[in-house]
Design a protein around this ligand. Structure first.
Ligand code: UGA
Length: 450
């Protein structure tokens, strides 16, 4: 099928490249011309595992193209995926102005009927508004539009695998014809007939995905409800961590045993610095606003947010307890990205932490395998180091802020020698307390006995 993808961010690029990989002809567009220029020069504007190979190959095959001419992209695609951002407004509501702009673009540029697929995360009932907008903006064109909701469940860092090997594909439709077209688009993924671009060892051994067909409203709600539930699990684990600290229990032991109950499950029960990134925080906020406007009491989610906001306060309390005054203290920071395996720093706990440490006069030397360039744009005056050891050099505390696996495998003897004071503040419970203390470190983490 000929497909247009509007928006070349984390979601749009992965969607476009993977749709090309499974055999479609895809044209991607973005209103940021510099981004299109970068892509056409064979470079990726983001870091996402496995994406570069797929983009290079599908471009070489001619199945994936990038254009700054959005009208041309719209006219080329029989189906148009909307993958633009829906950032939070001051009020917490999702900002839908980019979706509105795209609706206008599609309605005015289309010359033949289109299947318009809403992939961006949007509040329930956006599909209805989108339908109305397409009809109004396109009223002179005589072109027919079908709107469907097809939320993404891609995790940054494993987005390519998540796209090609999903556990479910949700399609919200209001007629059988739209459902048929979506089945056709996703058929190679549903019956796994595509040729896997990844080496054998990396191919997930998972069952075939289920296609879940719902109303448009339900599909939109599924996305917000899922992300909010994940956030809730994390905040639950973090509240447990606080309790464990007071009562001298170990949150890792508690959540491990809890997670073995299949009704609970082990994932997203990791205590630490809380959830960040561009999805969970804003989706919880938007869901709270949605419930408020619908007159439903969902204060449960406000508590989830409140617990999450307190994580940095709590970590700073641990830090002050260990370091006393922060002014002029040299702190090494390992990790800036909101989680491992991404360069994304949007709403990353590290950003909040940096701001507050600087406000108290601390000096920071930071290292992250992927996210230093992006952080430099926000904090040009931090010292960014060439590796973990340089960040530890002369430091009076070493903070572990992102759970990069490589931090686990450091030569800790070398770190010990490099530091001015061997103090580790492990915000992600990445390291083994007994081992670290055995080496002579003063070691603090979250929710584990001191
Ligand atoms: C999230 C969802 O997991 C995806 O399903 C969804 O499609 C996506 O948002 C989206 O809405 O677009 P992502 O933002 O890549 O994906 O991040 P996650 O891997 O879900 O992690 C979210 C945050 O929670 C990270 O800051 C992570 O460090 C934190 N986390 C995660 C914990 O603190 N504890 C845990 O146990 C798990």
């Amino acid at each position: 099928m000929k497909i247009a993808v509007i928006g070349c961010g984390y979601v749009g690029l992965v969607t476009g490249a993977c749709l090309a990989e499974i055999g479609h002809h895809v044209v991607c567009t973005d209103n940021d011309e510099a981004k299109i220029h970068t892509l056409n020069a064979g470079k990726l504007p983001i870091y996402e595992a496995e994406l570069d190979g797929i983009v290079a190959r599908t471009r070489a095959d001619g199945r994936l193209t990038f254009t700054a001419n959005a009208g041309e992209a719209v006219r080329t695609g029989e189906a148009v995926f909307i993958c633009v951002g829906t950032p939070p407004l001051e009020t917490g509501d999702a900002d839908l102005s980019a979706i509105d702009n795209v609706a206008r673009l599609i309605a005015t540029e289309a010359r033949s009927s289109k299947l318009v697929i809403e992939k961006s995360t949007v509040p329930v009932q956006t599909g209805q508004q989108l339908k109305r907008a397409l009809a109004v903006y396109g009223r002179h064109g005589g072109v027919e539009f079908q709107v469907v909701s097809n939320p993404e469940f891609l995790r940054e860092g494993t987005a390519v695998l998540d796209f090609l090997y999903p556990d479910r594909i949700v399609v919200g439709v209001d007629n059988g014809e739209a459902e048929k077209k979506l089945r056709e688009i996703y058929r190679p993924i549903l019956d796994r007939s595509f040729k896997c671009p990844l080496p054998d060892a990396m191919r997930p051994k998972v069952p075939l995905p289920t296609l879940i067909v719902t109303t448009i409203n339900s599909a939109e709600l599924i996305k917000h409800a899922s992300n909010s539930f994940l956030a809730l699990k994390i905040s639950y684990a973090n509240a447990l961590a606080d309790l464990c600290e007071r009562l001298n229990a170990n949150v890792e032991e508690v959540t491990r045993a809890m997670g073995m109950d299949p009704r609970i499950g082990p994932q997203f029960l990791k205590a630490g610095l809380g959830f960040g990134g561009f999805c969970l925080p804003k989706d919880v906020q938007a869901f709270i606003r949605l419930a408020e406007k619908a007159g439903v009491d969902f204060t449960l989610l406000k508590e989830v947010e409140r617990i999450n906001k307190r994580r940095i306060d709590h970590y700073l309390e641990i830090t002050r307890h260990a370091l006393w005054v922060l002014k002029d203290k040299q702190i090494g920071m390992l990790g800036l990205a909101f989680k491992a395996n991404t360069d994304d720093i949007r709403f990353a706990p590290a950003m909040d932490l940096i701001k507050r440490l600087l406000a108290e006069g601390a000096k920071i030397a930071a290292y992250d395998p992927e996210a230093m360039e992006r952080t430099r744009a926000l904090y040009p005056n931090l010292r960014y180091t060439k590796d973990e050891y340089a960040a530890a050099e002369g430091a009076e505390a070493l903070m572990i802020v992102t759970e990069w696996t490589q931090f686990k495998q450091l030569d800790w003897e070398r770190v010990y020698k490099a530091m001015a004071r061997p103090l580790i503040l492990d915000g992600r419970n990445l390291l083994d307390p007994a081992k670290m203390r055995g080496m002579g470190f003063e070691y603090h983490s979250v929710g584990r006995p001191e």
